[in-house]
Ligand binder design. Structure first.
Ligand SMILES: [Zn+2]
Length: 199
């Protein structure tokens, strides 16, 4: 895979070529996949106020007039990594207090309200503008996915941490792409075993 394609993973290209998460959960998946620790820090799509503002605007999470500050970048990235940890916990591990604390703190100013359309359909909508509203939308999606039962299928890859949607029947997928991350893990284990002194 060339650099141009690597830079598109998480937006135009799904990790491992898997189908994206369904419905609004795709947006939360994109948020988690706005960065991967395997790539240079400057590839972080929300790594600076300018890039975060452009990304949030493109996703209609903020209005054109809304501004993103340095402090917003920090809390967005903290929230992203906390949600990644929750997605990794969908592999069967405990999420840990640190991650849930970050989400709880982010949820403080991120108010949601129930809206209703002409057909009587209700939805959770942010009750604030700017980054607070964006965080509220993302947390609303997380909540909805937990209610719908889709959330446990959004997993963090055990190798690279990308969020992927596990469509397998028995929910057994552990890596974003078995051909890349699965083999990388296996090779590493293989070399570890080989390096280990014979007993
Ligand atoms: Zn992976």
């Amino acid at each position: 895979m060339n650099e141009r394609d690597k830079r598109r993973i998480g937006e135009q290209i799904e990790p491992g070529g898997r189908p994206k998460a369904p419905g609004r959960l795709e947006l939360l998946q994109r948020f988690v996949n706005s960065y991967n620790h395997d790539f240079p820090p400057e590839w972080d799509r929300i790594g600076t106020p300018e890039s975060a503002q452009a990304w949030l605007r493109q996703k209609r999470l903020i209005a054109p007039a809304d501004r993103v500050r340095e402090a917003d970048v920090a809390r967005l990235r903290d929230l992203r990594e906390a949600i990644r940890t929750l997605a990794l916990a969908n592999q069967g591990a405990q999420a840990g207090k640190a991650a849930t604390d970050v989400v709880r703190k982010a949820a403080g100013p991120a108010r949601l309200r129930v809206s209703i359309d002409g057909a009587g359909r209700t939805a959770l909508e942010p009750d604030a503008r700017g980054v607070d509203g964006a965080v509220a939308t993302l947390l609303g999606i997380l909540h909805e996915a937990q209610l719908s039962g889709q959330w446990p299928r959004l997993k963090g890859c055990r190798q690279c941490g990308y969020a992927f949607f596990d469509r397998s029947k028995n929910r057994s997928a552990a890596w974003c792409a078995m051909s890349i991350c699965g083999n990388r893990t296996k090779n590493r284990a293989y070399y570890r075993r080989r390096r280990a002194p014979a007993s």
